[in-house]
Design a protein around this ligand. Structure first.
Ligand code: UFG
Length: 328
């Protein structure tokens, strides 16, 4: 019997797919989610659900104690680059201050292992591509800054409390499992927007900037299948058990421009995606491509779905099954 894991933000996009994998792997799962972004119907049968915020120390302590939690996987956060530039205070309070409350509750209840959802956003404009974990970290948006600060909080906390901590720096999550997919409200991510535009659910897609220093002038990202991200969390739990702490990039090592993504989405759907060229979005680095060799060598993780076309296909299938997203 595998131990019990508290998953904060387990009703969100990456959280729900990870919970599904944890249950398949035999872990006991307790989801803590305030449903500010997550969906009740993204919570699988077979796990416990506590509705609340990570900053509510009393509630979190009770959830940790009552359920004999062994480790925490911490997804709950505000995670939109554009929004973070408008609402910086909310990002620091939710992603940093409330996160510290979560660590306090863990400390008080003797829970000493955490997997943290960090982000490629910690690097800012990278010095070299592909980006390795030793690259300079100079975020160019508030979201990335909150993730970098919390990585440091974890590191300092571990000095005092022997906390085992693994920060996973996700590049761009994409795709879906059969049952769980991407449903942000409002949606701001490129792939679901492209697919919604293909399906006629929105009039068009705006390309945010065509004057970047990239071959076609649009931003380049490294897309990683959400099911592969879920696998990485399982690998991280095993690494924590083996006494490892650290920071790992999770990507495919391949960069695709905004226009490439639109082309793939047109191929997958067989539909035309109406688009217009717009201004740059604040806080967007030109190019983010990962080296994930450290995760491969130290966590034993290898992406099983490295093809962008497969991710878009999975997202398209999910959209067709859930044309209006989750029912709640
Ligand atoms: N984009 C458009 N039009 C849109 C939406 C997005 O042109 O309507 C562009 C963006 O400007 C960016 C690219 O598509 O260049 C990808 O944008 P997303 O919003 O899909 O994703 P981001 O790269 O902004 O951010 C995502 C996650 C972050 C994470 C980051 C890591 O939301 O949490 O990937 O690379 F930090």
């Amino acid at each position: 019997m595998k131990p019990n894991i508290l998953v904060t933000g387990g009703a969100g996009y990456i959280g729900s797919v990870t919970v599904e994998r944890l249950l398949e792997a035999g872990y006991g799962v307790v989801i803590l989610d305030d449903l500010s972004k997550g969906h009740k119907s993204a919570i699988p049968d077979g796990c416990r659900f506590v509705e609340g915020n990570i900053g509510d120390t009393k509630l979190v302590e009770e959830a940790l104690r009552k359920n004999s939690i062994d480790s925490v996987i911490h997804f709950a956060a505000m995670s939109l680059v554009g929004e973070s530039m408008e609402r910086s205070g909310d990002y620091y309070s939710n992603n940093v201050v409330a996160g510290i409350r979560l660590l306090e509750a863990m400390d008080a209840t003797g829970v000493r292992k955490i997997v943290f959802s960090s982000s490629a956003g910690v690097y800012g404009e990278p010095e070299t591509i592909p980006i390795s974990e030793t690259n300079r970290t100079e975020p160019v948006n508030v979201y990335g800054d909150t993730k970098l600060i919390f990585e440091r909080v974890l590191s300092w906390q571990s000095e005092r409390t022997a906390l085992g901590h693994i920060s996973l720096r996700y590049f761009n999550a994409a795709g879906a499992s059969e049952r769980y997919g991407e449903d942000h409200r409002p949606e701001s991510h490129l792939i679901p927007i492209a697919l919604q535009a293909a399906a006629g659910k929105r009039p068009e897609l705006t390309v945010f900037g065509g004057d970047y220093e990239t071959p076609d002038g649009t931003c380049i990202r490294d897309y990683i299948d959400v099911r592969d991200l879920a696998d990485a969390h399982i690998a991280a739990l095993a690494a924590l058990d083996a006494g490892r702490s650290g920071v790992y990039n999770l990507g495919n090592g391949e960069g695709w421009s905004v226009l490439n993504v639109i082309e793939f989405a047109e191929e997958v759907t067989g539909l035309t995606i109406p688009r217009k060229m717009g201004a740059r979005r604040a806080g967007d680095p030109a190019r983010l491509v990962a080296s994930s060799s450290l995760a491969e060598s130290e966590l034993g993780w290898t992406p099983r779905h490295p093809e962008l076309r497969d991710m878009i296909e999975a997202a398209w299938k999910w959209l067709k099954n859930y044309p209006d997203g989750y029912p709640d």
